[in-house]
Design a protein around this ligand. Structure first.
Ligand code: ADP
Length: 348
């Protein structure tokens, strides 16, 4: 049941003006997950940005469709929120098949993989997120799966052990990783196509913001779209979150719900995102390197420990963008702040 209906029913039951106010205060809204799905590009042609990657995937798709074969295995790497899941789902949709979704840490033992394998129909996609975190036993188990669509199951132990081979329908593994460097060579080699996703430029992000504002039936000024795009850290996921936040802010502050330039600026100021898109955690990272480690070089673990943040979070979510902006540097002896990092800190 939609929220609008729930609130309308509540209003009717109470009959009072307070209930009517509640009904008006919560405008029609799809639930969070549905909204995310609505904003996600469905087909390759809907994907904005990542032009070269999309072009290559399209060729591979057209060729395999012509031959009537399943797609070869694809590995996508890049920071979180850049569209790895989106591309995997779009590939499945383009092939007219389903996409099963799991992740490296969820597959703790070979038996966890079996349900996905038995559900995999001919040509379908199995998306494995964070594939660099597959335990070694699972990784070895999926080698023959990826190579020959065969499962080797060992029954019994010691002298009585015997191996049973099970044949599977050919399907496609799409692996995603934020750390391609952590993948073992044998696993990496089992992917015929490997693509790296890079941060989006502001031009692409503006297009994404404008298209998603339309999907959300929200009017937004060009300057407001540019403002959101420039603070999205090169990431569509972030631009979606900022658009939704700004839209909420506008709904509360302006009866028309229109997102003007001033409205976007005020909404973003409240989130304390600076003009380069840096958030509190990013600035805290820079400050820690300068104030505690004299500008570096400092080891990742030491910085993480001082900030009380898991090293993985820093490596996956904070450092890639700071490196891309040239605010820090990675050297063999550790992380260092750059002159632009220092001047950014002193101005914000
Ligand atoms: P990842 O798997 O790399 O963490 P996702 O595929 O989940 O990232 O993308 C996060 C969100 O960003 C998606 O919900 C989608 O709405 C949006 N998104 C990702 N890539 C694009 C794109 N190329 N164009 C428009 N929106 C995108």
């Amino acid at each position: 049941m939609g929220r609008e209906r729930i609130h309308k029913e509540a209003a009717a039951k109470d009959g009072g003006s307070h209930a009517e106010e509640t009904a008006r205060a919560v405008p029609f809204e799809l639930d969070d997950q549905k909204l995310d799905e609505e904003l996600r590009p469905q087909y390759l042609a809907d994907v904005i940005g990542q032009k070269k990657v999309v072009q290559r995937l399209q060729i591979m798709l057209d060729a395999t469709r012509k031959r009537g074969e399943p797609l070869a295995h694809v590995l996508l790497d890049g920071p979180p929120g850049l569209g790895k899941t989106t591309l995997a789902m779009a590939l499945a949709r383009e092939m007219g098949t389903e996409c099963q979704i799991t992740s490296g840490p969820a597959l703790t033992a070979p038996k966890d993989v079996l349900p996905y394998l038995s559900n995999a129909s001919h040509g379908s996609v199995l998306f494995i997120d964070e594939i660099h975190r597959l335990p070694p036993a699972v990784e070895e188990f999926i080698y023959p799966v990826m190579e020959d669509f065969r499962v080797d199951i060992v029954l019994g132990e010691g002298l009585n052990a015997r191996t049973i081979n099970m044949r599977l329908k050919p399907f496609t593994v799409v692996g995603a990783t934020t750390r391609s460097g952590m993948l073992t060579a044998p696993l990496r080699d089992r992917f015929t196509f490997r693509e790296h996703l890079d941060f989006y430029d502001d031009h692409d992000l503006v297009e994404i913001v404008e298209r998603n504002a339309k999907k959300l039936r929200t009017e937004i000024s060009p300057a407001a779209s540019a403002e959101i795009a420039s603070r999205s850290r090169g990431t569509p996921r972030k631009s979606n979150n900022l658009l939704r936040w700004t839209r909420d802010y506008a709904t509360v502050h302006d009866t028309s719900g229109h997102i003007s330039d001033a409205m976007a600026k005020a909404a973003l100021a409240m989130l304390e995102i600076d003009p380069r898109g840096l958030e509190d955690q990013d600035r805290r990272y820079l400050r820690t390197v300068v104030q505690v480690f004299g500008g570096g070089p400092a080891g990742l673990a030491a910085i993480a420990h001082t900030m009380n943040v898991p090293p993985d979070t820093l490596e996956d979510e904070v450092e890639p963008f700071l490196l891309r902006c040239g605010l820090i540097q990675r050297t063999p002896r550790g992380r260092m702040i750059t002159p632009s990092g220092i001047s950014h800190l002193s101005s914000h």
